[in-house]
Design a protein around this ligand. Structure first.
Ligand SMILES: Nc1ncnc2c1ncn2[C@@H]1O[C@H](COP(=O)(O)OP(=O)(O)O)[C@@H](O)[C@H]1O
Ligand SMILES: [Mg+2]
Length: 247
């Protein structure tokens, strides 16, 4: 069953069309990888799905409900969580309080929010850091905190925007494991944007590739990685998709 249906989604910024008639579906329990060179519209797509940006045209259906014109907080309540490419914790608050702030999207009671926070911090290997100030976490921890905050909103669909960027190889392996656990143990559907090919190729069931706001390929990771349009789109960028496929 499809949990998300994107139909002809388009976003204009003045004369620029950042997302151009994109259509795709995500099945319940699936991990969909979203790839594309810098500036191809990946983050904008997330910003449209969770209503950070208003849609220029097209439709977003989540669990058979048209959410195209809902507000950001209503979308979180409906069950779509997201992380941000640029992590922005509430710096002076503790790690635990940051996650509790996420939990209040759903929980009304303090004790309920704290319970959710504990669970989620453990899941993201942050339980030992819960009383630390968020800004004293190293980058790996801050990225996991971003995931924890999103999980605390109890999503059924999670949008992960470059959560492995800037991590060292050990932290990347840990991040992959956490993302797999989110799907396998919590049953949460995931759309993941990631530049590290090892991550995207390892964990995606299916990949959607976009360039200049339009879909250029869609399918199994090994097929999309060899698609001429995808290779073309990445020419001249910082990596060669083929090199990273077997990494
Ligand atoms: N708020 C905005 N105002 C104007 N242009 C934007 C805005 N957000 C994104 N863009 C533009 O839309 C295009 C896609 O950006 P983005 O979605 O961030 O790409 P990606 O995440 O794939 O790197 C870029 O050309 C970017 O400059
Ligand atoms: Mg981006």
């Amino acid at each position: 069953m499809s949990i998300l249906e994107i139909d002809g989604l388009t976003k204009h910024f003045g004369g620029l069309t950042a997302v151009d008639h994109v259509s795709f579906e995500v099945q319940e329990g699936e991990i969909l990888g979203l790839i594309g060179p810098n500036g191809s519209g990946k983050t904008t797509l997330f910003n449209l799905i969770n209503s950070f940006y208003t849609v220029s045209s097209g439709k977003i259906i989540f669990n058979k409900q048209d959410i195209t014109h809902l507000k950001t907080n209503e979308i979180a309540k409906a069950g779509i969580g997201r992380t941000f490419q640029v992590v922005k914790p509430l710096k002076r608050l503790s790690v635990e309080d940051n996650v509790m702030a996420g939990a209040f999207a759903r929980e009304n009671s303090f004790s309920g929010a704290r319970e959710v926070a504990h669970e989620v911090l453990k899941f993201c290997h942050l339980d030992d850091y819960s009383q630390m100030k968020a800004d004293s976490l190293p980058i790996g921890g801050r990225k996991r905190l971003e995931i924890a905050k999103a999980l605390a909103t109890r999503p059924s669909l999670l949008l992960l925007d470059e959560t492995a960027a800037g991590l060292n190889p050990t932290e990347v392996v840990e991040a992959i494991q956490i993302m797999k656990n989110i799907r396998d143990e919590l049953g949460i559907t995931i759309i993941i944007v990631e530049h590290i090919m090892k991550v995207i190729m390892t964990i995606s069931d299916r990949i959607l590739a976009i360039a200049h706001g339009s879909t250029i390929a869609e399918g199994k990771p090994e097929i999309v990685a060899q698609d001429p349009a995808v290779i073309q789109a990445y020419l001249g960028s910082e990596f060669n998709i083929g090199d990273h496929f077997n990494a």
